[in-house]
Design a protein around this ligand. Structure first.
Ligand code: NCD
Length: 327
């Protein structure tokens, strides 16, 4: 299987000595160096410990005001960001497009300018259009965090995935990661490939040919159309949701969801046959499509650890972008 992964660009980072985190925004992992990423992950370790305390709160963002700007549906990411902000004592304002003046025709630029004149320090934004987070950096002075822009990037999801891999597998360098499913429509996969490659993991993508973008191998990943082969090889199998909302009920690119599950769904029999790999998923899961329901609830599924770690990782990045130095 090694021949499948064409892995270049790995970096060895063992120390942060002399390093200073100088990022102002988090638009995507493509703007972050391997060291920036590792620095955020190392910072997240302290916040993960804080989350285990009887009172899981620190006053580090007490003087900050943050607006969460969600133009697309979200459960996990939005709750996770909000929890991270409140656990650090920030003042939090939530904006959701469905109940705002967006419905009255207000442009994104006007909305953000109005919000900004209320003295906001940070903006977390999710939007269906790629590039929106970047656009906002040109409209306001606040730090911008991308919580998912179309099929472009979802950097905090990748950071929490990297953190979880590091925690469960011991290290990201050399870890064998199979990412399975709707590669074309996924912003999670793009951010993950960038982060995983920068930190030296081996990555193989797996899914139907129709959901595999042309030239994706130029990102230094292997490609496989054989689930069995991937599961035998990998340390982590990261299943991606079939993005039904971005397709015609998901069946535009393959004959039926049942056939997709037959060929690319992770099943209990796989867990039995290959005893080593762990199962990840960014959520929300389509049970019975990306994996059998029993697999999602299996002890080798670390999906809920991903969710817990998401709060710690978001605390870390919010803290660093607010000007905090490492604790
Ligand atoms: C992902 C997203 O919104 O991109 N979910 C998430 O943030 N937890 C993946 C998805 O929707 O499939």
């Amino acid at each position: 299987m090694n021949k499948l992964s064409n892995n270049k660009n790995s970096t060895d980072i063992s120390t942060h000595e002399g390093y200073e985190f100088s990022q102002k925004h988090l638009l995507g992992l493509s703007d972050y160096s391997a060291q920036d990423i590792q620095y955020v992950l190392d910072q997240a370790v302290s916040f993960r410990e804080i989350l285990n305390r009887p009172v899981p709160k620190v006053p580090t963002l007490r003087d900050k005001t943050i607006v969460n700007l969600f133009y697309e549906n979200s459960t996990r990411t939005r709750l996770s960001f909000e929890l991270a902000q409140r656990r650090m004592g920030a003042d939090v304002v939530n904006f959701s497009a469905g109940t705002s003046s967006t419905k009255k025709g207000e442009s994104l630029k006007d909305t953000i300018r109005n919000i900004s004149s209320m003295k906001i320090d940070m903006v977390v934004v999710r939007h269906e259009s790629p590039g929106v987070a970047h656009f906002l950096t040109q409209c306001v002075d606040a730090a911008i965090l991308n919580a998912g822009d179309g099929a472009h990037e979802h950097p905090t999801q990748a950071l929490l995935d990297l953190f979880t891999i590091q925690q469960v597998h011991g290290s990201i360098k050399g870890a064998k990661i199979a990412i399975i499913g709707d590669i074309t429509n996924s912003r999670v996969v793009r951010s993950n490939i960038i982060g995983l490659k920068k930190l030296g993991a081996e990555v193989v993508l797996c899914g139907p040919k129709t959901l595999m973008p042309k030239f994706i191998d130029q990102m230094g990943v292997g490609i496989s159309y054989n689930l069995e082969e991937c599961l035998k090889w990998c340390d982590m199998a990261m299943a991606l949701r079939i993005q039904l909302e971005r397709q015609d009920r998901g069946t535009e690119f393959f004959p039926s969801l049942r056939e997709y599950h037959e060929n690319f769904g992770i099943k209990l029999e796989h867990l039995e046959r290959y005893p080593d790999f762990k199962v990840m998923h960014p959520g929300p899961i389509n049970r019975g499509v990306e994996m059998e329901s029993e697999v999602a609830d299996h002890e080798r599924a670390i999906i809920l650890d991903q969710v817990t770690n998401g709060v710690a990782v978001r605390m870390a990045i919010l803290y660093l972008l607010s000007g905090g130095t490492r604790i």
